[in-house]
Design a binder for this molecule. Sequence first.
Ligand code: C2E
Ligand code: CA
Ligand code: CA
Ligand code: CA
Length: 277
Amino acid sequence: AKAEGRNEIRQYSGELVAKVSSHLSIQGDLRRALDNNEFQLYYQPKISTHDQSVCGFEALVRWFHPVKGMVPPDQFISVAEDTGQIVELGTWVLETACEQAKLWLDEGLVTAKMAVNVAARQFKEKNIIDLVRKVLKRTGLPASSLELEMTEGVLMADPNISNIVAVLRSEGVSIALDDFGTGYSSLSYITRFPIDTIKIDRCFVQDITLGSDKAAIVSAVTNLSHTLNFNVVAEGVESEEELEVIKALECDEVQGYYYCRPMSADDVTEWLKNRQA
Ligand code: C2E
Ligand code: CA
Ligand code: CA
Ligand code: CA
């Protein structure tokens, strides 16, 4: 048993070493990537369940690594959060997304909101209010065209965040609660935050059927949200069956592969022009 324990420890520390060294190599890689502009934003539309119009886009970062190719955010965002590099990356994301949204607005292609993900670290290490003001001023994007997406974790990380959120909202920026249902907050908790939109996490949407537990949860969240005047977005809708149930449960918007995968700015422009035609 002792030997077995030792083996386990050896195995565990081996894994830990692997994890730490991959973490370190990503950290160094990220430094270079930030300097060399290896990031690009993709955009995924949110579609109204009422009239199929485009209600907004979510900006999603992609890393085009010179050796590894496209690295998905799940593989580097958490490292960037740990190292603090998310602050620099997040600033770049905000600027780039607002610049792009202004271009589409000026071309008359969209009037929809641009949603940008923000991490807890961005609230702690930068004056996010000043940053948002500066970026909106520089890009000329109206505040009403910007939405910030944050998870329950971000909102709960710091009691001061609800004050920051209130200031941003008073200036016209919208706030969405992301991945709703995956955190620790209860339904009653959300009534205490000044937000505009709830994004129901994909885990409740996947394979949802009428009459199921998932449907009961989505329905409860949607009803409460509407009472509170929140807009409800269902994330990760992949199939027609899921879409039909989500519609029946009266979610306002859907985002998912069923309509569209995240696309490069050029592909979105083409997609928007085709829709107009
Ligand atoms: P998220 O904010 O929940 O973004 C939605 C994720 O779901 C995206 O993954 C999107 O591509 C994916 N998705 C959309 N529709 C479907 C669908 O129908 N089926 C499935 N299976 N997936 C779908 P992505 O782009 O890989 O991003 C993963 C996460 O990385 C995001 O989750 C977000 O938490 C984080 N992230 C991405 N970009 C940024 C960023 O600029 N800043 C920060 N802080 N986080 C980001
Ligand atoms: Ca999001
Ligand atoms: Ca989400
Ligand atoms: Ca997510």
